[in-house]
Write a protein that binds this ligand. Sequence first.
Ligand code: HEC
Ligand code: CU
Length: 350
Amino acid sequence: MTHRLISIQRLTKQWVNRLLVAFALLTGLLLTGCAGDKSILDPAGQAARDIAIVWWVMLGFSTVVLGMVTLFWLYTFKRKEVTRTPDEERRIARRWIVGGGIILPVASIIALLIFGVPTGQRMLTLPLSDPPEVIEVIGHQWWWEVRYPGAEGGEVVTANQLIMPAGEPVDFHVTGADVIHSFWVPRLGGKIDMVPGHVNKIRLEADVPAIFGAQCAEFCGTQHAQMHLYVEAVERDEYEAWLAARQTDELSSLAVNDQQHEFAREAFMSHCASCHRVAGLSTGGEGPALSDLGSRASLGAGVIAMEEGAVSTWLKQHQALKPGNKMPPHYDIDPATLESLGAWLETLTP
Ligand code: HEC
Ligand SMILES: [Cu+2]
């Protein structure tokens, strides 16, 4: 009898060990998901660092609570049966409800508030003696409009890419054009809702020049997942040069004085200008501004990489690449015209 008990014990021990190994492997695998250009655990600015600390504190605290509850639970199997009067039973029950059901959660929430409130405070756009750069970001189904109202010589407009100065605070003024979206650059800080008819503000800072991923963080329709934003922080002088090259005058000479692509430009004016802005040619705002399209990292808010021929691929297949997107299919335009349109748009790079 004892012999058999011992072998059962050994068997269970083996299984427990196997489970532990499987658990460790799985955890390791899951942790690989914590890296990458959209990871909150790889902060690249003060606001994001504060949030990461709050995250680790919450993880630690909830692990302790889970451990304690598990120990209590295991203890109930071990402890000897005791007989109590109904009065005693009631008193013990009340102690658990008051202690575990009221005091513990209230204390935990207060502790988290003490950690969390200063973190949120840092992202408020409070007045500074040296007013920060302002960048406006507008969420559309399913792309990003980015405006630089402070640019010398008139506002600069681009789309699906956000270039910002590194090493200084930047105020983002965000809103939505159609439904609620959410602006989120995980490595720089918290997310903020983009609500139609209302401007929300958040202050973020990138420590050093780098490229970050950003993503719409509020479900906004079928292509919500395909609403990526390329964010790049660059040195101050590089930022100013980038802006200067996108001044309307600079860009219009690029678009207008190009003799080689006259045919494409005419096709653009009759088929595309109502929705797309090309500085000097059109002001359409229903779709992304295309004035500097050639210098983008991707097309369709991250759907395909920008490379030679990518624009005409987009023009011919965009409804297959990003089903339901708000650009109508162009069956009425012959493929040769679409190709020349694509070739011309790719040259639009300051
Ligand atoms: C009814 C408005 C509308 C018309 C007309 C239109 N587009 Fe678009 N276009 C859009 C919208 C909206 C998007 C964004 C789609 C998305 O990513 O969800 C877009 C995206 C694009 C993109 C990708 C831009 C980027 O930043 O990734 C290109 C290039 C483009 N359109 C070119 C054209 C050309 C060329 C024409 C004319 C043949 C045209 N469009 C006609 C609305 C329009
Ligand atoms: Cu969304």
